[in-house]
Design a protein around this ligand. Structure first.
Ligand code: ATP
Ligand code: MG
Ligand code: MG
Ligand code: MG
Length: 568
């Protein structure tokens, strides 16, 4: 690529609207431009990077035996009603209507569509196992799109779905995908960790997230320094118990007139049960007439813990939000908040302050009541995993091996063993070896292709800009021409080198824009090209090229052979 014929438009100023470094640098480098909230245009430069990531993902999926296909982005309501997700998916599902008033959604994920394809195309256990994948645009109407393409509304996802005659086969494929994901993130040059995860709105039994480690990450991770224990703290929140009453204390129902059932809470938030509610349920006004909100934590059929925000210690964990923001957060109509005074600021708990909850009664799952004196195990099921809500760095690991380390992560991939949830709901079956119709077990496997671009920058940057891991750099090397207009010999030598590098498959760009060296080098550093070669009259006289790795602080003078050696 000749940069004189490309579209490169970098900015000197750091954009004020961006909070985290990847968003800043992607805007500054001109990789993306905002069209509207959570909607981004990928510039020619940005798209080159996105395509590199996509290529690695595709190669490893193919290598792992998955088969690529493509499903529609717009999908009919009837399909989503078969699994109940038309109602249950919540406000993230963008619903649209066509001219005939038929309802559709823009696909946020494609379990329904792929199961529909499967039930039309597959009929026998002999055709299984099969893993079908696509790399397509997804849309989720995120409550708070932010950080550029990191949490966008429209984004590029690789989603794969596997079908199996039995659980053993599913386990094998789950492991196969787990390994493929490890190869993908390793090839992309990312520091990552696989952690046990909540199965969330997708459902299913086993689930792991692949987390790129970065301080700006939205997820909190705890892992042992001496074993394989690693979990998203969100998982612990999902299953952590409330307080344990003294042994022998009887279970009591306490009348609390504004108490809602967890079905109410789940319906309010538009989420299925068995998912953590890290948000607020509306409780009306408190004794002092001030608005009161409750944070509710739901597990299975129970509100396992709740807390009135007014009682929560550590005010630093609160932030002020407007009523409108809360309504949007809850996905509720104006007027829902009832007695609240309009536009009065209300405190909303931050998503990750569940750890601060302490000694409260649990919901009775009956309108108007709480439970007190709960003994976990006796009155409500024990949690399935260790409670790591309150752990700090250095605490013993729940598996008894080593101590816990805490880290922040960006979720870039997620693998799920789904079981038969979708195949059963959609009456999808194949004949087994005995000729009996059985619903296939399924797995699903997602990767946030566009999010990876931002996550990589969070890990790989310096004061001058992006430092791409080689596998996702827009070009591997750029040949910079000093004074292209005034010096035909320099231009000819640069052109020859550029042609030679590309012929050798080294993915070179030629910076023939005629910029002053300072401005040219600043751009090349900002956009993060791993190798830079400068062709100048002085170098030509000496028979050398000036070479500099993006990660090096000094340049070196190399002859042609030594240069080619470096670039390989
Ligand atoms: P998150 O917890 O970040 O909201 P998720 O768990 O809802 O993600 P999945 O349903 O597991 O997402 O989707 C698979 C992958 O798609 C995620 O691992 C993530 O990398 C990516 N992804 C999800 N939501 C977004 C988004 N709003 N913008 C960009 N990528 C996303
Ligand atoms: Mg999400
Ligand atoms: Mg998640
Ligand atoms: Mg996920």
């Amino acid at each position: 690529m000749r940069l004189s014929q490309f579209h490169l438009r970098t900015e000197k100023e750091t954009p004020a609207e961006a909070e985290i470094v990847s968003h800043k640098l992607m805007l500054k480098a001109g990789m993306i431009r905002k069209l509207a909230a959570g909607l981004y245009t990928w510039s020619p430069l940005g798209l080159r990077v996105l395509r590199k990531v996509e290529a690695v993902v595709r190669e490893e999926m193919d290598r792992a035996g998955a088969i690529e296909m493509a499903m529609p982005s717009v999908q009919p309501k009837e399909l989503w009603e078969e699994t109940g997700r038309w109602a249950k998916f919540g406000p993230q599902l963008l619903k649209i209507r066509d001219r005939k008033e038929q309802e559709y959604c823009f696909t946020p994920t494609a379990e329904e569509a792929v199961t529909d394809f499967f039930r039309q195309e597959f009929s026998s256990y002999k055709q299984l196992p099969v893993n079908l994948y696509q790399i397509t645009t997804k849309f989720r109407d995120e409550i708070r799109p932010r950080f550029g393409v990191m949490r966008a509304r429209e984004f590029l996802m690789k989603d794969a779905y596997s079908f199996h005659i039995d659980e053993d086969s599913l386990r094998v494929e789950y492991r196969n995908m787990y390994d493929a994901y490890s190869r993908i993130f390793t090839r992309l040059g990312l520091k990552f960790r696989a952690v046990a995860a909540d199965t969330g709105a997708i459902g299913g039994s086993a689930s792991h997230e692949f987390q790129v480690l970065a301080d700006s990450g939205e997820d909190a991770l705890a892992y042992s320094d001496a074993s394989d224990f690693a979990a998203n703290v969100e998982l612990a929140e999902a299953v952590a118990p409330g307080p344990r009453a003294a042994a022998g204390e009887p279970l009591r129902e306490v009348a609390t007139p504004t108490q809602k059932t967890c079905e109410d809470v789940a319906a309010l938030l538009g989420i299925p049960l068995a998912r953590t509610v890290k948000s607020v349920a509306v409780m009306g006004t408190g004794d002092d007439g001030a608005p009161q909100f409750t944070l509710a934590l739901v597990r299975g059929d129970h509100v396992v813990n709740e807390i009135k925000l007014a009682k929560l210690p550590g005010l630093a964990d609160y932030r002020l939000a407007s009523e409108a923001e809360i309504l949007e957060y809850l996905g509720c109509e104006p007027g829902f908040l009832g007695p609240l005074q309009p536009r009065r600021p209300i405190r909303v708990i931050a998503d990750r302050t569940v750890a601060a909850m302490a000694d409260f009664v649990v919901g009775a799952n009956k309108p108007g009541f709480h439970l007190a004196g709960v003994n976990w195990g006796r009155d409500l099921p024990e949690p399935e995993v260790a409670d790591i809500r309150n752990v700090v760095e250095g605490d013993p690991s729940p598996d008894g091996k080593g101590v816990l380390r805490m880290a922040r992560g960006i979720e870039v991939g997620h693998v799920f063993a789904l079981g038969r949830k979708y195949s059963e709901a959609m009456h999808c079956s194949v004949l087994d070896a005995a000729g009996k119709a059985v619903a296939p077990a399924m797995g699903c496997y997602g990767i946030g292709v566009s999010r990876i671009v931002a996550a990589a920058i969070e890990q790989n940057h310096d004061a001058a800009g992006i430092v791409w891991p080689p596998a996702m750099a827009p070009w591997r090397v750029v040949v910079c021409v000093i004074n292209p207009k005034n010096d035909p010999a320099v231009t000819a030598a640069a052109e020859a080198l550029y042609a030679e590098l590309n012929a050798a498959g080294l993915d070179a760009a030629l910076d023939d824009r005629g910029l002053r060296p300072g401005a040219m080098f600043a751009d090349i550093e900002l956009i993060g090209i791993p190798h830079r070669v400068v062709v100048s009259a002085r170098g030509l006289d000496a028979g050398t090229f000036e070479y500099r790795a993006r990660t090096a602080s000094e340049s070196e003078q190399l002859d042609r052979a030594a240069l080619l050696e470096k670039l390989r």
